[in-house]
Design a protein around this ligand. Structure first.
Ligand SMILES: N[C@@H](CCC(=O)N[C@@H](CS)C(=O)NCC(=O)O)C(=O)O
Length: 217
């Protein structure tokens, strides 16, 4: 039988949160690289919304990253420790809050037009500078994430006291910020940097980070 697979481009991009979640769950998966974007529009049976990433295993074939993450969290016990629907809702809140911030930082990593000091200053001034959280940032601000984790996390985990899908998504979100802002980010958000360091040394995650399964870019 074939392994669970992620269908995407050969970059971390939007698929990295899925790879991290599978790795943390100890799932032996593979990457299937898309040769181009044409298939996304030609095969709407598979790519229902004309987009990737796609995930498939013996039980199902899915698109839409949030749906894939929740499926994997339920399947691999990464949706809160107690089976409590309140804890699951807390995890959902954090996932949704991070989903507001993610599209703001992604272009600074992946789009040439946003690799400028102006774009970095604009992002920092709107989505990372603590004072800016008082203004209109459309719900997308690192201070909100930081405060949510301080309130609802325990023992270094993002929500509750054990590893959940929210930890893997936060790990990736923090890393995107670190790629753009380096030490400036860690100094401004030490608890987020500490969370990243903690998750990165969990044995299953560390093995994945050092593996050939992880795209370089
Ligand atoms: N809502 C989708 C968005 C995925 C998305 O934006 N995918 C991009 C690649 S990162 C894509 O397929 N772009 C091609 C297109 O939209 O035509 C998800 O969360 O998975």
């Amino acid at each position: 039988m074939s392994k669970p697979a992620i269908v995407y481009f050969p970059v971390k991009g939007a698929a990295e949160v899925i790879r991290l979640t599978l790795a943390a769950a100890g799932v032996d998966f593979e990457n299937e690289n898309l040769p181009g974007t044409e298939v996304l529009k030609q095969d709407l049976d598979t790519y229902s919304f004309g987009q990737c990433p796609r995930y498939h295993d013996a039980d199902c074939d899915l698109v839409q990253t949030p749906a894939i993450l929740r499926y994997l969290a339920r399947k691999h016990d990464l949706y809160g420790g107690s089976g409590s629907i309140v804890e699951q809702a807390r995890i959902d809140q954090l996932l949704d809050g991070m989903q507001d911030l993610r599209p703001k930082i992604m272009p600074l990593v992946y789009r040439d037009a946003f690799q400028t000091d102006e774009a970095r200053a604009e992002f920092w001034g709107t989505h990372a500078e603590p004072e800016a959280a008082k203004g209109q940032c459309r719900g997308a601000h690192m201070l909100y994430i930081d405060a949510f984790v301080a309130k609802h996390g325990k023992d270094g985990f993002a929500v509750g006291g054990q590893l959940s899908v929210a930890d893997l998504v936060l790990f990736d979100l923090v890393e995107l910020h670190q790629r753009v802002f380096g030490e400036r980010f860690d100094k401004q958000y030490p608890a987020m940097a500490a969370h990243h360091a903690k998750i990165g040394v969990l044995p299953a995650v560390a093995d994945y980070l050092a593996s050939a399964l992880r795209p370089e870019k």
